[in-house]
Ligand binder design. Structure first.
Ligand code: NAI
Length: 629
């Protein structure tokens, strides 16, 4: 493609911003007339665009309002360097590979454009822009009026003078970029919409490029990214946190959002072209939904549980599922700590009495938590973090876990749950919800606890025999308790909460809100997109709920083949046979299986022919195959 030239606009294309706006802020910083002058500049720019004044007049008038000097330009350059468009950053290699064929064209000024774009390998001689005129002190006193770019139609004029011997493709966000094609000086115009979307410009374009990825893909120039992100459609349901939407959008995905969940039939229709689905707890991803999901690569559950997803079917179809297992750990821990203190001081009762007008000042039955023995059952994410924080408050921590767990800080491991029950002043449950944990704490276990024990369940409702708990509260054996989870929980806020625990003394009841905080929601909103993007960009499946977990090194100077297959023997050998037959060098290979699927990642040297890809795709038992680079 030696005879094709790529002409790229600078403001709002190469960089996310209009350099002149940023320069105005810098040059006028601290100036008493900053708001007024910015407004005037805006007005002049508008007049220039509307044709009320010429571009040169607009430039003169704007510069007259700005006291620009060299240090301002230095500041501007460093700011612009950090504001290069994301897709330009991703595709840095393109600029150096095609340096001879790439031109930057701008009505802006060489003094700030050149230092930014040459870092990407663009040749100074290929930068077409205006130039400032300075006085001896380094203040801008004007611009080179002989430069056609300081006048209307300047971009076309400069290109005409260049007389490029081949096809010219222009990419930019503004009308002046389209004008180049209109003047007959470009074969194609691509409207770049990553930073600003102007309907009047986009409607005139040969193609719309939501990112440089798309431009490169369309023109078969992609060296850094195998598939443009804007072609990957992401559907986010159930009002997922705005930060998640922002993260997925800024990665360049085509994101569609819905405030509510979708019923099965609707979802079946909607999911056909979706590559990534994001849900919370309400949307049911059934086998039928998955049957309709022709392009689905991954599901992000923006919550902890994944019961709403048919994981077996998802796995069989090669769809990786991710959730946010630790995003609300801290929230649960903080609530547990707060409740332990409140209960051990009998605050729940005291507060209730005060609301009834009763003043009952007494220290009876009130204790500090310092020096008390905290028994944690289930030393997982939550249990372990609670251990650390409780200890820092002066509690002596004991724990029991069915699995071997490392004691954090000075915590002491108990050999059995009974041992823990017998010694603890406070017993708190943080086990998972497995079926066998039903009634883990029942009459027998309460009998083994100390008299006056404080008891907390913030794990799962079925773990405690509620009747037994009630009896032990009434008998005074349990001096205080906090329960956040129940064997049956109302479906929504309209349903009454019915429980034998209602009205009991020193008993805090909360509606399953242990993990419900703004911070937890935000953590989830950040965590899940991170996992999804990692999977899409690198193939990494760490923390996937249903895929064999593989954490992969970043891809450097190689192509990555991602092969998902039914877990039958011999597939790895067949992959490697295909590669050997074509003399391909394997740079790295990773395999992990679970009972349903095998996940093989093979990094290979860059040079290979497309036949290899076809053969790999054709290997029997292949579920999904993709190439990353
Ligand atoms: P995790 O899976 O990291 O830890 C659970 C631990 O319990 C594991 O170490 C496991 O080996 C242990 N365990 C399971 N059964 C046991 C038994 N019978 N005896 C002793 N140890 C046992 O889970 P994580 O993230 O720490 O969560 C703990 C619990 O908290 C879960 O049930 C989870 O559903 C619940 N949770 C509740 C929230 C709320 O809003 N109240 C919010 C977040 C989690």
């Amino acid at each position: 493609m030696a005879n094709r030239y790529y002409v790229i606009d600078f403001d709002s294309t190469f960089t996310k911003v209009e350099a002149f706006d940023v320069l105005a802020d810098i040059a006028l910083a601290g100036h008493p007339e900053l708001p007024l002058r910015k407004k005037q500049i805006e007005e002049i720019t508008k007049q220039g665009m509307d044709g009320a004044i010429s571009f040169r007049e607009s430039l003169e008038q704007r510069l007259a309002l700005l006291p620009i000097s060299r240090p301002h330009l230095q500041t501007l350059v460093s700011q612009l360097k950090s504001k290069v468009s994301e897709s330009f950053k991703r595709n840095k290699e393109f600029f150096s590979t095609y340096a001879d064929q790439i031109y930057i064209i701008s009505n802006g000024f060489r003094e700030f454009i050149e230092p930014v774009v040459t870092e990407y390998g663009i040749k100074p001689a290929n930068i077409l822009a205006n130039e400032f005129v300075f006085d001896a002190q380094g203040n801008v006193i004007g611009f080179d009026k002989n430069n056609p770019l300081s006048a209307n139609g300047g971009k076309s004029e400069r290109l005409k003078n260049l007389n490029l011997p081949g096809d010219v493709y222009v990419i930019g966000d503004g009308y002046t970029d389209y004008e180049i094609k209109h003047a007959g000086l470009a074969n194609k115009f691509f409207a770049f919409t990553e930073n600003v979307e102007r309907h009047s410009v986009a409607s005139k374009a040969d193609h719309i490029a939501p990112s440089l990825d798309e431009f490169l893909y369309l023109n078969k120039l992609n060296t850094a990214i195998s598939y443009p992100k804007n072609r990957i459609s992401v559907l986010l349901l159930e009002n997922v946190h705005p930060i998640a939407i922002e993260l997925m959008k800024s990665e360049g995905f085509a994101v569609e959002t819905y405030p509510a969940g979708l019923e099965e039939a609707e979802l079946c229709e909607k999911i056909k072209n979706v590559s990534v689905l994001g849900i919370r707890s309400k949307t049911q991803v059934t086998a039928k939904v998955l049957d309709h999901a022709n392009r689905l690569m991954a599901i992000g559950a923006f919550c902890i549980g994944t019961n709403q997803i048919n994981l077996t079917e998802a796995t069989k179809k090669g769809v990786a599922v991710f959730n946010a297992p630790f995003s609300n750990t801290r929230s649960v821990v903080e609530l547990a700590i707060g409740e332990i203190i409140i209960l051990i001081r009998r605050i729940a009762d005291k507060s209730l009495k005060m609301h009834e007008g009763r003043w009952d000042k007494s220290a009876k039955g009130s204790f500090e938590i310092r020096g008390k023995k905290l028994g944690i059952i289930g030393y997982g994410n939550i249990g372990a973090q609670l251990s650390v924080i409780a200890e820092s408050l002066g509690m002596k921590v004991y724990y029991y876990d069915r699995e071997e767990k490392l004691a954090l800080g000075n915590a002491t491991k108990c050999r059995s749950m009974n041992e823990l029950l017998a010694l603890s002043d406070v017993v708190t449950l943080h086990v998972d919800g497995r079926e066998s944990n039903k009634n883990l704490i029942a009459a027998d276990q309460f009998a083994k606890m100390k008299n006056g024990v404080i008891f907390l369940n913030l794990s799962r409702g079925h773990v405690v025999d509620i009747k037994a708990l009630r009896e032990n509260i009434l008998s005074g054996k349990v001096a205080g308790c906090a329960v956040d989870v129940f064997p049956y929980e109302p479906i929504d806020n309209n349903e009454e909460f019915v429980s034998e625990l209602r009205g009991l003394p020193n008993t805090i009841l909360t509606p399953h809100i242990g993990g419900s905080t703004a911070e937890a929601q935000e953590n989830i909103g950040m965590f899940v997109p991170g996992k999804l993007m990692d999977y899409i960009n690198t193939g990494s499946t760490s923390n996937s709920v249903n895929f064999p977990n593989l954490t992969l090194p970043t891809l450097e100077n190689a192509h990555r083949l991602i092969h998902i297959h039914n877990n039958v023997p011999g597939i790895l050998a067949r992959i490697n046979q295909v590669l050997a037959d074509h003399g391909i060098n394997i740079v790295g290979q990773y395999l992990k299986t679970n009972e349903l699927i095998g996940y093989v990642i093979t990094d290979i040297n860059k040079g290979y022919d497309q036949e290899v890809i076809k053969k790999l795709r054709a290997i029997e038992q292949t579920i999904k195959f993709r190439v990353l680079y």
